[in-house]
Design a binder for this molecule. Structure first.
Ligand SMILES: *Cc1c(COP(=O)(O)O)cnc(C)c1O
Length: 393
């Protein structure tokens, strides 16, 4: 038997409540029932973002919301800073270039993270810079950025807006939009939100709204102002992906039952288990500062990461990700986003050991799983003690 499972950094497993509602009857997007669902969904997103800023929802993949930030915030010819340590940083670069912005790129090796001090150096050097585009998690390398420190640096410069692609950060790592003074924060549906691709979100600070009024870049579908005027009324300017909004409504309800912090703690636990397994197999991590959202494992030659990916798919129906571009064949990426638990991960790690044993004769079975179990058992013991402690009081 082959049961298909996705362990990729998007798409991710769908929550059953979301699947059920998507199979139900269609709602009309201009009727009251939809408006109520829409409003509650946006309110839930704000809770997840830890923000009181406006949050707009678009029917597009995550890149659509990234493009919306570029066109609404800066005019052609504007000077911006882009942090680029992987394929998604390169997406910011391409977007800014395409719209005629002048981008100073902080480029570092794949696997490294952009540091707040490097952003600060650019902002101090050039007072004409208007915005900083960055990732919270660079999903192509598994690297995490220190958004708190970067937010603080940008906030010291009144002219500058911070724009964060937090598509794999939201629901996977701590994200305090308001407290960290992040102006624009982008999320996407197919990552920790437990629903299919097709929705993207953007939070907008008052400072970012002010800036958007000055942007001369043409925009139509992604015009924030028009969307805002509709969305405060529980509507969208154009027909939204109605069934995905219904799905997101269910998924965010599920997430907020225990709270976003629990979802983040789950991702952190799965990440720790995976990192320990990778080390026990004798591999190193690709990222210098590994993210919660996913673990990128460096696969040394002569092993071919792509062969491991296809073996897992062929023998077990398990989809993990390989590397993109120059990283192809050299890394494996295992996601910890959204609706996964420790039992899913233990199964995957066991399957990975079978595949590794075939590809690298001499691989001792159980080493990685055992290391992951060590992490899980310690966490479980702590949780049980914690619960009993509460009950006794
Ligand atoms: C998934 C992802 C995106 C969005 O990509 P789409 O394919 O447009 O949804 C953007 N940035 C990061 C860091 C991502 O992981």
């Amino acid at each position: 038997m082959i049961k298909k499972r996705v362990f990729t950094p998007g798409p991710t497993p769908i929550h059953p409540d979301a699947s059920i509602v998507m199979a139900g009857p269609a709602l009309h997007h201009r009727k009251r029932e939809f408006k109520e669902i829409f409003r509650e969904t946006v309110a839930n997103l704000k809770t997840m973002y830890k923000t009181t800023h406006d949050v707009l929802l678009f029917s597009s993949s995550g890149t659509g919301a990234m493009e919306s930030a570029v066109v609404n915030l800066v005019s052609p010819g504007a000077k911006v800073v882009v942090g680029s340590v992987g394929k998604f940083g390169e997406r910011w670069e391409n977007l800014c270039k395409q719209y005629g912005m002048r981008a100073a790129v902080i480029r570092k090796n794949y696997g490294e993270s952009i540091e707040a001090a490097e952003v600060d150096a650019h902002l101090e050097k050039d007072p004409e810079i208007e915005a900083v585009f960055i990732q919270g998690t660079e999903s192509s390398t598994g690297a995490a950025m220190d958004l708190e420190a970067i937010g603080a640096v940008v906030a010291r410069h009144p002219r500058v807006i911070s724009v964060v692609d937090a598509i794999t950060t939201l629901g996977a790592a701590p994200l305090h939009t308001d407290e960290w003074r992040l102006d624009v924060v982008i999320g996407g549906s197919q990552k920790a939100l437990m629903i299919p691709p097709g929705l993207a979100f953007v939070s907008i600070s008052p400072k970012a709204w002010e800036r958007s009024r000055q942007s001369k870049t043409p925009r139509f579908y992604f015009d924030w102002k028009r969307e805002y005027e509709n969305q405060i009324k529980g509507q969208t300017a154009f027909t939204p992906a109605v069934n995905l909004v219904q799905a997101l409504h269910q998924a965010t309800r599920f997430i907020l039952t225990d709270g976003v912090d629990d979802l983040i703690a789950n991702a952190a636990l799965l990440a720790r288990m995976t990192r320990e397994a990778a080390k026990a197999w004798g591999f190193s991590l690709f990222a210098t500062r590994p993210a919660n959202a996913l673990t990128a494992i460096a696969i040394p030659a002569p092993l071919d990461a792509e062969a491991i990916v296809s073996d897992l798919e062929d023998s077990f129906g398990a989809a993990i990700a390989g590397g993109q571009g120059e990283m192809k064949g050299k890394i494996l990426r295992v996601a910890h986003l959204g609706y996964y638990d420790a039992i899913d991960l233990l199964g995957l790690l066991g399957a990975m050991e079978c595949v590794l044993r075939k590809r690298r004769p001499g691989t001792e079975l159980g080493k990685g799983v055992s290391a992951a179990l060590g992490v899980l058992a310690a966490e479980t013991a702590q949780r049980l003690t914690g619960d009993r402690g509460t009950a006794d009081n």
